[in-house]
Design a protein around this ligand. Structure first.
Ligand SMILES: Nc1ncnc2c1ncn2[C@@H]1O[C@H](COP(=O)(O)OP(=O)(O)O)[C@@H](O)[C@H]1O
Ligand SMILES: [Mg+2]
Length: 234
């Protein structure tokens, strides 16, 4: 399925330029974090790469058919949408959708509900969970199918430190199994902890695309330098 190659990607909303042109390659095993000010286009870039955004120009190509790439990638939205079903059924759902047997779906959901610490409340409606619990469930629901590519849009925005660590640990363990990750964050510390490479977006332009160590030592973009040191980027 890899690499994913984006060429000359441009997105507009109602005639207003939002993103691009961007050229980008995603290779298997990449852990890329997107940094950038509010409104710089992080969410738009993630959705474009996932294939759920109408492009004005350019192309996104996986090295396999669109149909099979869609089955192997998952997207965790910033505000997760829970099925109006139990926590447990939220976990079995993506498996049953993929024709996994009932018994296997049951076994995997039992493992995952334990891993995310929701075993005690696995029979309550997922809509009743707290923000942090919903975010963990959304991540588990994505990881349970062992996706080859995982997109995450600020998965720990507005979460406390403990839940953030739990989410980061889940992400670290799935990268060990070879999952490729592209994720936006507003949290510079999180980018340092997780990323192999950093994409810095500003006003829809990909101003830097560097290995994490190099990015924090010598960012190629002056705006990235400002962003790292906490100055306002205009
Ligand atoms: N559905 C939409 N219609 C019009 N403008 C939008 C829409 N979604 C996002 N935008 C605009 O696109 C720009 C980039 O947004 P977004 O990708 O959400 O940035 P970020 O995730 O970095 O905060 C912003 O100026 C935002 O206002
Ligand atoms: Mg966003």
């Amino acid at each position: 399925m890899f690499p994913l190659i984006a060429e000359n990607l441009v997105v507009e909303f109602n005639g207003k330029h939002i993103l691009g042109p961007i050229d980008l390659t995603v290779n298997k095993g990449d852990i890329s974090l997107i940094l950038g000010p509010n409104g710089s286009g992080k969410t738009t870039l993630l959705k474009s790469l996932h294939g759920i955004m109408k492009l004005k120009r350019g192309s996104i190509k996986w090295s396999c058919s669109n149909n099979s790439s869609m089955k192997k990638q998952m997207f965790v939205f910033q505000t997760p949408i829970m099925l109006r079903r139990s926590v447990f059924e939220n976990l079995t759902y993506p498996l049953l959708l993929r024709k996994v047997s009932n018994s296997k779906a049951h076994r995997l959901a039992t493992e995952w509900v334990e891993k995310i610490g929701l075993k005690e409340i696995m029979h309550i409606s997922a809509t009743r969970l707290s923000g942090g619990e919903k975010q963990k469930l959304a991540l588990a629901r994505a990881l349970i199918i062992e996706p080859e590519m995982l997109f995450l849009d600020e998965p720990s925005a507005s979460l406390d430190g403990k839940t953030t660590v739990e989410i980061e640990n889940l992400l670290k363990s799935c990268t060990k199994n070879g999952t490729t990750i592209m994720m936006s964050t507003h949290d510079i510390g999180q980018a340092k902890r997780l990323a192999k490479n950093i994409l810095f977006l500003n006003k829809g332009i990909l101003e830097s695309n560097q290995l994490t160590e190099t990015f924090f030592l010598e960012p190629t973009s002056p705006n990235a330098q400002k962003f790292i040191t906490g100055e306002i980027v205009e």
